[in-house]
Design a protein around this ligand. Structure first.
Ligand SMILES: NC(=O)c1ccc[n+]([C@@H]2O[C@H](COP(=O)([O-])OP(=O)(O)OC[C@H]3O[C@@H](n4cnc5c(N)ncnc54)[C@H](OP(=O)(O)O)[C@@H]3O)[C@@H](O)[C@H]2O)c1
Length: 324
């Protein structure tokens, strides 16, 4: 698979990464054996950029990734995140230096590695100056525990402040045909600074594949059952938009998921989507999207089918809540 470069320190990663979150939580039951096979197949295909976080499955996802890469650590660019603390059903955002140091050691232990290639602050707590948090993260780089730093879901202003303390290799935020909010200010700021953009939920959590079952057909523990984009009239509207993407994909001889990934790759060489899956079938389908180059006509058709603000419903049930 082609490589892309994240940030001005030159972190090289595969053009598409693999999101591992759904292997442990949020999108129905996973199967550990298949999840590990997915990670191995991704590495075989040169998709070497793996994404996890300490909170996914309350640590179980990092342990799973750690088991999968035990004999293949050198092939992997390993990204994980700290900052969302779970205490039963309660979640808090922790950004203070002492917490960051302990979280990093715990992630290294669960992953079974001696360093993390890209360490993100998962969410920001505005009560802690970002300079303080990034200062503590930079100390982890000096200690050799971490190679590069990232932030997730922060504003342009926070990104600028953070990057002034230590180069930020990547901003990880939600970006897809259906989620375009960062195009106005955040993406331009990242570009001005030379910060790469890691696009999470690039298939809009399955919606853009045009194959996602309706909310009430999803498993009881699937968190998408309650997402505003998947329920009521919003769902009808958004599924019609996804059907429009599928029509363009059909004409191109690809799937709607592949077209959605190729659209993101076409937005700039600094963008690295990280589609998530726990199935070999989807992994192979998604990986093949790295070889697609869209024509101006196809890009035009997508722009007409999905205007930037076309999707209905917020990304999370309440934007004030800490959700994943
Ligand atoms: N920084 C953050 O706050 C944040 C938030 C969310 C996610 N993330 C990261 O980003 C990664 C990707 O995002 P995501 O998993 O939320 O969303 P996504 O990649 O847009 O969609 C994943 C969902 O789509 C399905 N899917 C994947 N490929 C498909 C295909 N070719 N055809 C049909 N369905 C397909 C998957 O099914 P299966 O589950 O059945 O395989 C899964 O349910 C996560 O794994 C996680 O590492 C980060």
């Amino acid at each position: 698979m082609n490589k892309r470069t994240l940030g001005r320190e030159g972190l090289q990663v595969s053009a598409l990464g693999l999101g591992c979150m759904g292997m442990s939580e949020f999108y129905g039951q996973g199967d550990e054996k298949e999840s590990i096979a997915v990670i191995h197949r991704a590495l075989d295909l040169g998709m070497n950029f793996l994404d996890t976080a300490d909170m996914y499955g309350s640590g179980a996802n990092e342990e799973l990734v750690g088991r999968a890469i035990r004999d293949r650590r050198d092939e992997v660019v390993l990204a994980t995140k700290f900052g969302i603390r779970r205490d039963g059903a309660t979640r808090t955002v922790e950004n203070n230096p002492e917490y960051i140091r302990a979280a990093c050691d715990a992630s290294l232990r669960r992953l079974g590695v001696d360093h993390i290639d890209l360490y993100y602050m998962h969410r920001r707590n505005p009560g802690v100056p970002v300079e303080e948090s990034v200062g503590a993260m930079a100390e982890l780089v000096r200690q050799g525990k971490v190679r590069h730093l990232g932030l997730s879901e922060v504003s342009a202003d926070t990104l600028r402040k953070a990057d002034a303390v230590h180069p930020i290799a990547a901003l990880q935020s939600e970006y897809s045909l259906f989620t375009r909010g960062l195009e106005a200010e955040i993406l331009p700021a990242a570009r001005e600074l030379g910060v790469g953009l890691v696009a999470y939920s690039p298939i809009s959590r399955g919606l853009l594949s045009a194959t996602l079952p309706s909310a009430d057909e999803l498993p009881a523990d699937d968190f998408r059952r309650h997402l505003p984009r998947n329920t009521g009239e919003n769902a009808e509207h958004n599924r019609a938009l996804a059907a429009g993407v599928k029509r363009i994909a059909d004409a191109a001889g690809v799937t709607a998921a592949q077209l959605s990934l190729a659209w993101l790759l076409a937005q700039g060489a600094d963008i690295v989507p990280i589609p998530g899956t726990k199935r070999l079938k989807y992994l192979e389908e998604n990986a093949a999207a790295a070889d697609l180059t869209l024509t101006p006509e196809q890009l035009g058709a997508l722009a007409a089918a999905v205007p930037a603000d076309a999707v209905r419903g917020t990304r999370y049930p309440s934007m004030g809540e800490i959700e994943l």
